[in-house]
Ligand binder design. Structure first.
Ligand SMILES: [Zn+2]
Length: 529
């Protein structure tokens, strides 16, 4: 409906004589049906007077969810939709429809409106066309009922424009829509000093050009609008941070209002601190060293290396692993021990990492014994290995030997990639977060083992061990000694020697845990030392 600016004077006064009780007795109801939602069926109060059907405006407003305002003194009723305000005066045939810019349109009913018990009644047949301008739906009026059909397309766009209204504690963004949009999302994200408010509207077409032409005002710094084949993305860059953004359907049932509650500088700072502390706590919990995974090398059909006098590597590694586990359980309350094997059984290498990950391991220790061919029986001592491409010939040889067991596994060629330099980069990328901690632990371990064991200390080395590849946590592989060397073998096969090795490793774990958790407590960023 076109709104024209007119001035008007009321020249005539209409006087209606009418007995309230008479009307109420005659009152009846008229059904209002919604084709889109039949269950929504309502009724408005009506009565018949001189062959004219009068209907309750109050009821109509209520059914359509429009706000009403009654002035009992002036006997005026105002009904406001999003864009228009409709005014009716009792005993007066004129209906005034005003838009937001105060443009008024004066319309005349064939008979005056009637006010009875704070309810306003209008002749429906002539009034309903006026009502259509207030509501978006198609209205079909018959004396037997009102049918509210689908909404009429006013525009080929579902979202025609965007407007902003500054409030004392925030901002109201109105998405002007020509139909109710049911599938939409709105989420804020603080980036730097600004908040980006993202709004996604599914199955929607927007007048992108109009929206892009809107000049940002107030805290709105930038407006971005994109039309995708079936959806619309609107982005508002807002100055400062916000407490919350809530999308609500406007009272006209089509527009979407985004209620933005901005925050004060103090609130913003406090929230930043809270978020930082939460993140820190999350990191602390995530990294807290509460599960140690002990991996006894080899087992079952895989004996590992065979010692100078025939001792099997798998038996020594299991003995040390179990002793180490007992020490942790006894002396480090709050730390759970997970074993990849607790008996003489064969466990595939890839499964060992899986066991560690599945149990939330925070430290993975693989225990092994070294050995040399007969001519090199003098080689002795322990080594700590980090998962890296092997640099020396002996490191490569040791890794190859420890990895050889995969050949006992079915389908091993597909499961384990060649640990070439390139593969390493890819495989260990997932471990990049732990590398520094693995190094730190290896360093502590070599110090503690060197201090407490009579075995010679060959230091920290690096090689590509399959068993370490899958463990997503700080990890090391310990070659506890050379069982090809008679001295080392004698020591490692003795219960006393095994206990001492376990205790030295335990001391390393305890020291690492202390230093590691101190780093976390001090809130240093993970990954820095
Ligand atoms: Zn081994």
């Amino acid at each position: 409906m076109k709104i024209s600016k007119i001035r008007y004077n009321l020249c005539f006064l209409f006087t209606t004589f009418f007995v309230v009780s008479g009307i109420l007795n005659a009152q009846n109801s008229l059904p209002v049906e919604f084709t889109a939602s039949p269950s929504k069926k309502s009724y408005i109060g009506v009565f018949n007077k001189n062959g004219i059907l009068y209907g309750s405006l109050n009821d109509l407003a209520q059914i359509f969810g429009l706000r009403t305002y009654i002035n009992t003194e002036t006997k005026k009723l105002e009904i406001a939709s999003e864009e228009l305000t409709l005014k009716v005066t009792a005993n007066n045939p004129f209906v005034v429809i005003t838009d937001k810019k105060e443009n008024a349109n004066l319309l005349q009913l064939p008979v005056p409106a009637i006010m009875a018990a704070n309810s306003f009644f209008v002749p429906l047949e002539s009034f309903m066309p006026m009502w259509k301008s207030l509501v978006p739906e198609e209205i079909i009026f018959k004396r037997t009922g009102i049918t509210v059909g689908a909404e009429l397309p006013k525009s080929r766009f579902d979202v025609t424009s965007v407007s902003f209204e500054e409030k004392s504690n925030g901002l109201l963004i109105r998405l002007k829509c020509t139909k109710p949009i049911t599938d939409y999302e709105c989420w804020p994200k603080q980036i730097g000093d600004d908040t980006w408010l993202y709004v996604s509207l599914a199955n929607t077409r927007a007048d992108i050009n109009t929206i892009r032409a809107i000049k940002p005002t107030g805290i709105v710094k930038q407006i971005l609008a994109f039309q995708y084949p079936t959806s619309v993305q609107l982005t508002f860059r807002l100055r400062g941070s916000i407490n919350r953004a809530e999308p609500i359907v406007a009272e006209n049932k089509t527009d979407i209002l985004l209620a933005i509650q901005t925050s004060t500088v103090e609130e913003a700072a406090a929230r930043k601190t809270r978020a930082y502390e939460r993140e820190l706590q999350r990191q602390r919990d995530k990294w807290k060293m509460d599960v140690v995974v002990i991996d006894a090398g080899h087992g079952g059909d895989d004996p590992g290396a065979i010692g100078a006098t025939g001792i099997r590597e798998k038996d020594i590694t299991l003995a040390i692993a179990l002793k180490l586990g007992k020490l942790i359980e006894k002396n480090l309350p709050g730390v759970d021990v997970v074993y990849t094997r607790k008996s003489d059984e064969f466990v595939e290498l890839y499964k060992r990492g899986q066991i560690a990950n599945k149990n939330g391991g925070k430290l993975f220790i693989s225990i092994h014994c070294n050995s040399m061919p007969r001519r090199n029986r003098s080689e002795n001592g322990f080594e700590i290995y980090l998962l890296r491409p092997g640099k020396t010939e002996s490191a490569l040889r040791i890794a190859e030997k420890e990895n050889e067991v995969v050949k006992l596994e079915k389908d091993y060629e597909n499961r384990y990639q060649q640990l070439t330099e390139e593969n390493f980069i890819l495989l260990t990328m997932a471990q990049s977060a732990y590398v520094k901690y693995s190094e730190q632990f290896a360093e502590i371990l070599t110090q503690e083992m060197g201090k407490h064991l009579k075995l010679s200390n060959n230091g920290v080395k690096q090689a590509g061990f399959f068993v370490l590849v899958g463990a997503s946590m700080p990890n090391v592989l310990i070659e506890t000694g050379y069982i090809s060397n008679r001295e080392d073998e004698k020591y490692l096969k003795s219960s006393k020697g095994q206990q001492e090795v376990a205790e030295a490793i335990f001391k390393g774990i305890r020291r690492f845990k202390e230093e590691y958790e101190k780093t976390l407590r001090e809130g240093k960023e993970i990954g820095t030392r």
